[in-house]
Design a protein around this ligand. Structure first.
Ligand code: EPU
Length: 338
């Protein structure tokens, strides 16, 4: 394990932003993570754990240590008549894991095809798309306690999953490094084609009885048509979370904006697509310097080539203020701003 100094993070973030790390180390095994935690006082310096770098906005050089997680491997740990448990190390690419499951006809993650990033980051923010979230397939998460190097097991319930939330973003923020995730997958997949866009694609193709491969292919097609490929146009997926607003405010806004979409979360709250709010404020496809909201999905901010992280941050705050002024709704970044 070598600790490098003054390393460019440009290849390690999907926005493609230039920023330097004072210290940079790659971990390839669980033992390396444990040694790193036990040897260095990691909690006493700024620490950034990096997977695929697909959910960060680097607004400045990083003055502490960046730990790039490279632990590879997918292992079947248990199997019964109905399910297979796969333990997947945190440095595996999320989409490669999905493809692996689809190829083995193991259901549960096919709706989450093509989400950028690595396995280790997935439970962190309970990744979700097209009617599924990983909380529905995670069995347990193994993580190393940063202060001690101790390996700790978290059951699904202990992860306290919520909408783009988990215990690792809340009370245990900065306390653990996720090293593996065990998924409980279904040998008799239950097809989840409820999401409007999926059923439309299946209908167009004349598929009435979809397999998980059909679902995965449909999701890939939808994502490719809407979401910019970070390899071509730097971005971090959805920049903001979809806000949940009180029913009374939703009904009041509906009077002025009858086309405003909303999905009930519970009896008191409605989730409104932030992309719609941003579009209504005139930002969809608008280029501001080297950045702006994407032309096909206003929720995604992009780097047109030479943006700085701070420039993207400023535009994000401008959009946030504009949505607040027009609708009285506060949208919160989903992306981690460093
Ligand atoms: N909409 C607009 N204009 C836009 C974008 C969206 O009006 O520019 C409205 C439309 O009414 C559309 C609705 O928003 O029907 C929903 O749009 P979409 O299906 O694209 O989903 P989203 O709510 O904007 C969420 C996730 C995405 C995920 C999609 C699909 C969040 C923050 N984002 O976006 O996740 O792929 O659903 O399930 O919850 C990500 O987290 O990086 C991400 C891409």
């Amino acid at each position: 394990m070598v600790i490098y100094q003054n390393i460019s993070l440009k290849p390690y973030n999907t926005f493609g932003l230039e920023a330097k790390a004072a210290e940079f180390v790659e971990c390839n095994t669980l033992e390396e993570v444990q040694v790193l935690c036990a040897t260095f006082n990691l909690s006493e310096r700024p620490l950034l754990i990096l997977g695929g770098g697909s959910n960060i906005l680097l607004t400045q050089d990083f003055k502490g240590m960046v730990v790039k997680m490279n632990l590879k491997g997918i292992e079947k740990v248990y199997e019964n008549e109905d399910n297979v448990w796969l333990k997947t190390n945190s440095g595996e690419i999320w989409h490669d894991f999905v493809i692996h499951c689809v190829a083995e006809n193991l259901g549960g993650v096919e709706n989450l095809s093509l989400i950028p990033g690595c396995i280790g980051a997935a439970p962190m923010q309970n990744i979700g798309a097209y009617g599924a979230e990983i909380k529905d397939t995670v069995d347990e998460v193994m993580a190393v306690e940063i202060n001690t190097g101790k390996l700790v097991k978290f059951s699904n319930a202990e992860c306290e999953f919520g909408y783009r939330e988990s215990v690792f973003k809340q009370k245990f923020k900065g306390k653990y490094i996720i090293v593996s995730v065990t998924f409980k997958l279904n040998k008799n997949p239950v097809i989840n084609a409820q999401y409007g866009a999926i059923s439309e694609v299946l209908q167009q193709k004349g598929i009435n009885n979809p397999s998980i491969k059909d679902i995965s292919n449909a999701v890939i097609e939808i994502r490719q048509s809407k979401l910019p490929d970070p390899k071509i146009l730097g971005n971090s997926g959805s920049f903001f979370k979809n806000p949940e607003i009180p029913l009374a405010l939703f009904q009041q806004l509906k009077l002025n904006y009858p086309s405003m979409p909303g999905y009930p979360v519970n009896e008191e709250n409605i989730k409104v697509p932030a992309g719609w709010l941003i579009e209504q404020c005139g930002y969809k496809g608008k280029v501001i310097g080297n950045t702006g909201a994407h032309k096909n999905q206003a929720l995604v901010l992009v780097n047109y080539g030479n943006a700085s992280g701070y420039e993207i941050y400023r535009v994000a705050m401008e959009i946030q203020n504009s949505v607040r002024d027009k609708f009285g709704v506060f949208i919160i970044p989903e992306v981690n701003i460093i």
